[in-house]
Design a protein around this ligand. Structure first.
Ligand SMILES: CC(C)=CCC/C(C)=C(/C)COP(=O)(O)OP(=O)(O)O
Length: 414
């Protein structure tokens, strides 16, 4: 199958990132070039793109300027614009469709590969004992498809399965402990659950007999068992520094879950700034951190931690999670308890309509994506080849994420 033709700035960035094979001065002293060419699939996608140019801002850009651009760049909510460039137009809260979002198209859509990963994922979930009563729903959520869409760098189902297992385990942590009372979540127990769950991915190294007790606790709980098993699988493909990085992102994710639990127990809707800060942590960053693991070209710990790289990747992580907020509104509306998403926080703070809040949320998303696009393009010119591949992979991740959210049965779009 061939990737959709690239038609806008987004594809141009991918082309830019992937076409410069030799970096200038390394961003971090000692950064080494990755071996090999850009992936076959990514390269074939960029081959159809316009002649690579650097992503240059074409209007007022940067954090804080989105309000200036909304009317000029986005069709009215609910309009259905083109598809390959990531137009949205589907569900969201009933009566409030998701506006068109600024996002690249997915670089590949290989349904058979997605199905294979999903089948293996469900078999694993069954073995671990996670979501025992809900496996049909988990199958139709189709995280196998999500993983296939967000990681176009590899065709290897086992490698993709490692990422899918981690994603399902992280999602289960949210469902079981944090936000789904029908799964037994309770704010009172959240902190205790999360603390023990963290030991499933970051060993506590206890003396006996406590090591055996902890081991038993990790086995007995399906969320912990899934986290541990998912991480063990990941270790086949990730080096120690990549694993350390994922642990760091999971630690942040769990702090975000705790923050949400605190709002749930107090019934407090956070301010918009507070909610956005939360979504930087309670985000897809643990998944995005796997881009180079899936690609097989490790990014050094130093470059991953470099502040400009961190800034760009963090903005991408937040933006990708706002996509979730927009697409999951309908599901969350039906859930028990308070619903936390960016539109809800904006409605509460600005006393505006939900439709206006959705538009504002989409504008914030777009602003983050445009900032990532611009900054990643600049970084790709000065960073190592591995960084360039990583940033191109993050860009592809955004496209796959958006495509998955627009199509998954989890949010009501079969
Ligand atoms: C895969 C992963 C890191 C999942 C963690 C949960 C997360 C960052 C989400 C985006 C889920 O957020 P939310 O609780 O809103 O999920 P649902 O919309 O309820 O599916």
């Amino acid at each position: 199958m061939s990737a959709p033709s690239a038609t806008h700035d987004v594809a141009r960035l991918v082309a830019t990132l992937l076409s410069h094979q030799s970096g200038a001065a390394p961003l971090v002293p000692g950064a080494r070039a990755a071996r090999g060419d850009a992936s076959r699939r990514a390269a074939s996608a960029s081959a159809g793109a316009p002649r690579p140019r650097h992503a240059v801002p074409t209007g007022p850009t940067g954090l804080g300027t989105s309000g200036l651009r909304i009317p000029a760049t986005r069709p009215a909510a609910g309009t259905t614009a083109g598809t390959a460039t990531g137009a949205s137009g589907t569900s969201g809260a009933s009566g409030t469709p998701v506006p068109e979002l600024y996002c690249p198209p997915p670089l590949r859509d290989d349904r058979a590969l997605g199905d294979e990963v999903n089948d293996r994922l469900i078999a694993w979930a069954e073995e671990i004992g996670i979501y025992p009563e809900r496996l049909d729903g988990i199958r139709s959520t189709n995280l196998g498809r999500m993983t296939m869409l967000v990681h176009p760098q590899t065709d290897d189902p086992d490698r993709l399965l490692a990422a899918a297992r981690c994603a399902l385990a992280e999602w289960a942590t949210d469902d079981y402990y944090c936000d789904d009372e029908t799964m037994g979540s309770s704010p009172a127990h959240l902190g205790a659950h999360l603390g023990t769950a963290l030991a499933a991915v970051d060993s506590a190294h206890l003396p006996e007999p406590h090591a055996s007790e902890l081991d038993e606790a990790l086995r007995a709980d399906p969320v912990r068992a899934a986290l541990r098993s998912g991480f063990e699988h990941l270790a086949r493909y990730a080096d120690p520094s990549q694993l350390a990085r994922v642990r760091q992102e999971i630690g942040g994710l769990f702090v975000g879950y705790g923050q949400e639990g605190s709002w749930r127990s107090t019934g407090k809707m956070p301010a918009v700034w507070e909610y956005l800060t939360h979504r930087r942590f309670n985000s897809f960053l643990p998944c995005i951190a796997l881009v180079d693991v899936m690609d097989g070209h490790p990014l050094s710990a130093a470059e991953y931690a470099e502040p400009r790289v961190r800034r760009a990747v963090t903005m991408a992580g937040t933006a990708s999670t706002l996509v979730n907020d927009l697409y999951s509104m309908a599901k969350e509306k039906d859930a028990t308890g308070l619903n936390f998403n960016l539109p809800a926080a904006i409605v509460a703070e600005e006393k505006c309509t939900l439709r206006e809040a959705v538009e504002r949320s989409a504008a914030i998303h777009d602003e983050l994506v445009r900032s990532f696009e611009r900054e990643a393009a600049a970084l790709s010119l000065t960073g190592s080849p591995a960084l360039r591949r990583f940033l191109a992979g993050v860009w592809a991740w955004l496209g796959g994420n958006k495509a998955w959210h627009a199509g998954t049965a989890r949010y009501g779009t079969p």
